[in-house]
Design a protein around this ligand. Structure first.
Ligand code: ANZ
Ligand code: ZN
Length: 887
């Protein structure tokens, strides 16, 4: 017999060829039972790293499992191809972002194919292609017309030397590199190109008004049962809803100023009013007051970065409750776009107000004290907890929450209000490698949308420049106004790449469509994505934007889905020596170092997808060994050897254990517990080897065992799966094979498993404790029938029942006298912990079939019998726990 060992490389090449030739993973357009399995598509960085491999091994294993269960599985892949790193690489390598990106994609696609990921490559999408990004522009238009786009001044980084706007990532600390390590505190922010210190500027920028959806996005989280709690909590915090009140203060000569507060109960402690530098009243006052004008300008220029800076104005405000006159400040810590852009300053009870008051010598007036009389820390620090009101006239003695309610009733100038931490989504980027924003600026008409028929607005050719290559291209910039036809300038900002990834999951459904971004009917059939897998770092930006887009597109009538993703899995981190594998730490393991399938199998077997795990060479090699072992088993089976046709008790045991493994592994697959699947595979393989050595195996049972093993391993190591399936003459590809089903009812499977497991452990203990080394016989005695009856009564008893009396009132049990009495008492004591057991005959049969395991392990003959009522061994036996007698 020729014994080959498993040749990974050859097997891999062969089946890769077959899959491509047969388009095995191509999804039929007329799918009827859709399952959409998606991994977050990668940024095109050049190489697959271990994080990618883990991410995509998870989706691939699950997609393959669902396919074998008969689903029409959509499992696509594409490229998040725009972004700043491509631009940086172009400068470093004197090339252009497009060529660099193409090279990265070619490399990554090849590595993915080696890994055996079964993608429908006919649906591949690449976000930097005009066929894709034109739809970003289309959505921009749709959003604009629906009022979801704003064009507003915002502060940006500015390099005075390059005379250009810098993205945050282009601002580095002195001495660091753009993608690089963080310097120590106190370092200066400089331009990544010329190292000139960076300033701030106010420029008009494009925003998507995601805040219009703050409420919906927040409420929607409650229905996302398939999302990890942690991600939902991060999103909740990010949206940051705050309930409070809007109160208006009368400011002499400037009218009413509204403030937003979460602590209306502290209103009597307000000792000043502060408005943001961009607030109407600040601008108003600045017209007549030079000091204020200077301050506002310095903040605007980014020159005043002291956190508690501010300037007192000559204006005064009236406290609506106390009637006191309060000073009015313009202060930079009050943010323009939070709440109303104005606050009532309560230094005694708010930390920022406290710091401001110390800096500017404003009064600190306590109006809340701890209910339990504990220390409040004032005046050295703010007391920010709730408590009981003091110094608040008629409200004294009320608890904070009661005071807020009363004040809301009493004050005409106050009403309930809420605010969010969430800001609008700034999508403008002053860089080249992104989707051009489809707008033309006309001196007469202002910003005008590029008409739909003129889309896409394509990127001009890349040039190496200090500024924005789009702005450097006259051909790109100078155009005509779509409205009036006069000369006009194109917008030179491009879109944040998160726009690209906010709807790509829809494009996979109809990747070649050229008159719409996606087909609404198909989206209706396929959404939401059944399983979405990716890193937790995307908990907010990407996963919030994709939810926003889905809702916005539905409101625009383009889609009818509220949420894009049903089940979200954040894969854990692969660690090396306790740290995340990363280039900068120099602790990366190249996924190809150990061979594609060994790596796959290891990352899937090491832990639950959501758990972190440590990369260890020893465990990697055990993944390698498992593949060799399975190969050897199948090979020696198909090479021939003795087989038996007859069927005995131990064959039946193995047959049923195969059933039990099918049930367990199937449930594990359903719950993404691939590491448990691997345990099931190892255990069943071990059992089959033991069986083969114990006796000439029954042909049918053994073959079935190997075929089941092959189908279990196929989603994890698909190349090996195909090879084994082929050797076993399984018929067709294992990728398309049917998932195995148990031959028997699975109801008692776990009871059976644990009975045998406990029994073997018990026998081992007895051998150990009694120091037996050559036993002749092991006798297993099933408990007498009356004990099973009593056990059943105990399990069925209601909480209040007097159990002992009830059991003893049964005539047949009664007959057994004091033995019955003490067993009844024992059951009564354990009545909360009584696990279900098999019926007596079933227990007997199970033991009879499992007897060979003991025979094999302990080298003794095993007999199994049902105990007679009054013999000694019966006294020791209990349901689910046979008596063991060793001679
Ligand atoms: C008065 C007050 C008294 C407040 C007090 C708090 C405690 P948090 O604190 O994060 O829940 N605020 C409102 N608008 C603001 C703006 N535009 N810029 C900066 N701060 C602003 O957020 C709510 C609080 O943030 C509000 O409640 C307000 O200060 C401040 F003992 O009002 B509070
Ligand atoms: Zn015009």
């Amino acid at each position: 017999m020729s014994q080959r060992s498993y040749n990974h490389a050859r097997v891999q090449e062969y089946w890769k060829f077959v899959w491509n030739r047969d388009e095995t993973y191509r999804l039929d357009d007329d799918a009827v039972d859709p399952t959409y399995v998606l991994g977050m598509f990668p940024y095109t960085s050049g190489n697959l790293h271990m994080g990618h491999v883990r991410n995509y091994a998870i989706t691939d294993a699950y997609a393959r499992y669902r396919r074998m269960n008969g689903d029409d599985v959509l499992h696509p892949m594409g490229w998040d191809a725009f972004g700043l790193p491509a631009e940086n690489a172009a400068y470093e390598r004197f090339t252009d972002p497009e060529s660099w990106t193409e090279a990265c994609i070619a490399q990554m696609r090849e590595e993915m194919e080696d890994m055996g990921f079964g993608y429908d490559w006919s649906r591949e999408i690449t976000t930097c292609e005009p066929e894709y990004y034109r739809w970003n522009q289309y959505f921009f238009r749709e959003f604009y017309e629906a009022g979801l786009v704003e064009y507003e001044a915002a502060t940006v980084n500015w390099c005075p030397d390059c005379e250009t706007v810098l993205a945050d990532a282009q601002v580095v600390e002195d001495g660091a590199t753009p993608d690089g390590a963080q310097g120590d505190g106190g370092a200066v922010d400089v331009c990544w190109r010329c190292e000139t210190p960076v300033g701030q500027r106010e420029l008009d920028q494009w925003f998507f008004t995601i805040t219009d959806y703050a409420d919906e996005l927040l409420a929607g989280l409650d229905d996302l049962d398939g999302w990890p709690e942690s991600v939902k909590e991060i999103q909740r915090n990010w949206i940051g809803k705050r309930d409070g009140a809007r109160v208006s203060f009368e400011v002499a000569d400037h009218g009413e100023v509204d403030v937003f507060t979460t602590r209306l109960d502290t209103v009597c402690g307000a000792t000043y009013l502060a408005v943001a530098p961009g607030h109407e009243v600040a601008r108003d006052i600045a017209e007549a007051d030079e000091a204020v004008a200077e301050y506002v300008e310095s903040v605007r220029q980014g020159q005043d970065s002291r956190s508690m800076s501010g300037v007192e104005t000559s204006a005064t405000a009236t406290n609506p409750v106390t009637g006191e006159e309060l000073p009015v400040y313009v202060a930079s810590y009050v943010l323009d776009d939070v709440g109303t852009g104005a606050v009532m300053g309560v230094p005694a009870h708010n930390e920022r107000d406290h710091a401001f008051a110390l800096e500017h010598d404003v009064d600190i007036v306590q109006v809340v004290e701890p209910v339990d009389g504990s220390a409040d820390g004032l005046p050295a620090q703010a007391y920010t907890d709730e408590g009981m009101l003091t110094g608040s006239g008629e409200y004294d003695g009320l608890a904070s929450s009661a005071a807020r309610e009363r004040l809301l009733e009493d004050l005409d100038s106050a009403e309930p209000d809420e605010t969010y931490r969430l800001r609008d989504w700034l999508i403008s980027r002053q860089r080249y490698w992104g989707t051009p924003i489809p707008v033309v600026h006309c001196d007469d008409c202002g910003p005008v949308l590029v008409p739909e028929e003129d889309l896409p607005v394509e990127l001009p050719e890349f040039v190496q420049t200090t500024g924005n290559p789009l702005a450097d291209s006259d051909e790109f910039v100078y155009t005509e106004c779509p409205d009036c036809g006069e000369p006009a300038r194109r917008e030179t900002d491009t879109m944040d790449t998160f726009v690209d990834s906010s709807w790509y999951y829809l494009r996979f459904l109809s990747p070649d469509l050229d008159d719409a971004p996606f087909e609404a009917d198909r989206a209706h059939d396929w959404l939401p994505v059944d399983v979405y897998v990716g890193g937790e770092e995307h908990a907010v930006l990407h996963l919030l934007y994709i939810r926003f887009f889905t809702r916005a597109l539905s409101d625009l009538g383009l889609l009818d889905a509220e949420e894009p993703v049903q089940r979200l899995i954040n894969q854990g981190t692969v660690l090396y020596d306790g740290e995340k594998m990363s280039k900068t730490k120099g602790n990366v393991v190249n996924p190809h170092e150990y061979g594609a399938e060994t790596t796959r199998l290891f990352v899937l077997s090491a832990a639950h997808p959501e758990q972190d795990f440590e990369w260890t060479a020893r465990e990697v090699s055990s993944s390698y060994d498992l593949q060799q072992e399975l190969f050897e088993m199948v090979q020696s089976f198909t090479d021939g050897g003795e087989r038996r046709e007859t069927s005995e008790a131990h064959d039946e045991y193995v047959a049923r254990e195969i059933d039990r493994t099918i049930a367990a592994a199937t449930e594990d697959y359903d719950r993404f517990r691939f590491h448990q699947v691997v345990n099931e595979i190892r255990t069943l393989a071990g059992l089959l080897r033991q069986y083969r050595e114990f006796d000439t195996p029954n042909e049918e049972v053994y073959r079935r065992g190997l075929r089941v093993l092959t189908r279990f391993v196929a989603p994890l190591t698909p190349y090996l799966g195909e090879e084994l399936w082929n050797m076993l003459r399984g018929g067709g590809l294992v990728a398309n094979a049917d998932w195995p089903e148990p031959d028997h009812d699975s109801e008692n499977f776990s009871i059976e498993r644990s009975l045998v497991r406990t029994l073997r452990a018990d026998v081992r203990d007895i051998f150990d404790v009694a120091d037996i080394d050559d036993a002749e016989e092991i006798e297993l005695v099933v408990a007498p029938a009356w004990k099973f009856d009593a056990y059943e009564m105990a399990r069925e008893a209601e909480d209040g029942d007097a159990l002992v009396g009830k059991i003893m009132s049964d005539e047949e049990i009664q007959e057994h006298g004091s033995a019955a009495q003490s067993y009844a008492e024992d059951l009564d004591a354990r009545r909360q912990q009584l696990e279900p057991v098999l019926a007596r005959d079933d227990e007997y049969e199970l033991l009879d079939r499992a007897a060979w395991l003991l025979e094999d392990e302990f080298g003794a003959a095993v007999t199994v019998r049902k105990g007679e009522p009054d013999e000694e061994l019966s006294g020791k036996a209990r349901p689910g726990k046979p008596a063991v007698h060793i001679q």
